[in-house]
Design a protein around this ligand. Structure first.
Ligand SMILES: Cc1cc2nc3c(=O)[nH]c(=O)nc-3n(C[C@H](O)[C@H](O)[C@H](O)COP(=O)(O)OP(=O)(O)OC[C@H]3O[C@@H](n4cnc5c(N)ncnc54)[C@H](O)[C@@H]3O)c2cc1C
Length: 292
């Protein structure tokens, strides 16, 4: 199928873009890299009257590395993130980027597009969630912030209202004890069958902070809160990771589909949690050894 005709709008100012969105309501859809939206238009799943290109709107671009956090403009591409150095301080981003799509797609696909499509198998949500991400949303009248966890309201549904744009996402900057394990059917250009991200801190030989999040194993990306209850204060070792993996499996609601059955997804979630936590712990130890 070919892409149906549409009007292409290309404002250069954020205000102009927000005016267009406010006036045209649901007939206009924002266009970032187009790697999701154009595919859906080609398949006949979306038929917007107009596409509003975000590419010339400066406030949506760029990565600001601040002391504690990183601010990523919604229209930042995965390729730009890859070249920014953020992954040196936060290795889960490296795991994610290396396994996401192909170089050509990474040079077009944006972080904002990944979050706003809100596909149940998207790779950015779990990595951002374990890094305590918040999002800034803007409309003609105001800006508002919310946790990324609250942003996802259902499969392919977000908290964005008509007339709003995602402006930026903010997350932890330096987080050496992180990892993202993604299972797909191929080595590259892969859609997640299950993805598990984690963030780990250890103090005096005990787990002092832990966050585990999943993708492709529930209708929306999940932070599995129950993991903390069974791991905090315990030694960072296999038995502790096994207790965490059990809680992860209990919390998930995967589906059976072409890429994986229910039982296979539960199995991958367990293996992914064990590998993610083990990897994160090794990275943390290596970082502490370098810093000491
Ligand atoms: C071959 C291929 C491989 C892929 N591999 C992966 C993969 O490994 N992992 C993965 O997670 N995804 C993958 N994807 C999906 C896709 O590339 C990503 O989801 C990408 O990040 C989408 O970003 P985009 O800029 O192309 O979004 P677009 O297609 O431009 O937009 C997506 C949606 O978000 C909305 N939107 C975009 N920006 C904003 C904004 N600032 N405010 C409000 N709404 C906005 C659009 O209106 C649209 O509804 C793949 C896609 C292809 C075609």
């Amino acid at each position: 199928m070919v892409i149906p005709p549409y009007t292409y709008l290309s404002p250069t100012k954020l205000d102009e873009a927000l005016d267009i969105l406010a006036q045209n309501q649901s007939g206009v859809m924002p266009l970032a890299g187009g790697t999701d939206i154009l595919v859906m238009m080609k398949e006949g799943r979306l038929k917007p009257d107009s596409l509003l290109s975000l590419k010339n709107i400066v406030p949506l671009k760029g990565i600001d590395v601040e002391e504690q956090e990183v601010k990523i403009g919604a229209n930042t591409t995965v390729g730009e993130l890859e070249r920014s150095g953020v992954m040196d301080m936060n290795p889960a981003f490296g795991d994610l980027v290396r396994q996401m799509a192909t170089r050509q797609i990474r040079n077009r696909a944006t972080i904002g597009g990944n979050l706003c499509t809100a596909a149940a198998c998207a790779d950015f949500p779990p990595v951002l969630l374990v890094n305590e991400a918040t999002v800034t949303i803007v409309n003609k009248k105001e800006e508002r912030q919310m946790s990324l966890e609250k942003f996802f309201t259902g499969p392919r549904k977000t908290a964005l209202k008509t007339g709003e744009l995602l402006l930026s996402v903010h997350c932890k900057r330096h987080n050496p004890g992180t990892a993202y394990i993604k299972f797909g059917v191929r080595e590259s250009a892969n859609i997640s069958i299950v993805g598990i991200a984690c963030s780990l801190e250890v103090e005096d030989g005990k787990v002092s902070k832990i966050v585990v999040a999943s993708t492709a194993a529930s209708p929306i990306p999940l932070v599995i809160d129950a993991v903390s209850k069974v791991t905090l204060g315990r030694a960072p070792q296999t038995k502790t990771w096994e207790a965490a993996a059990e809680e992860v499996v209990n919390a998930l609601h995967p589906i059976s589909d072409l890429r994986g059955s229910l039982a296979y997804r539960f199995h991958l979630a367990k293996v992914g949690t064990l590998r993610a936590l083990d990897t994160a712990y090794r990275r943390l130890m290596k970082n502490n050894a370098v810093e000491a």
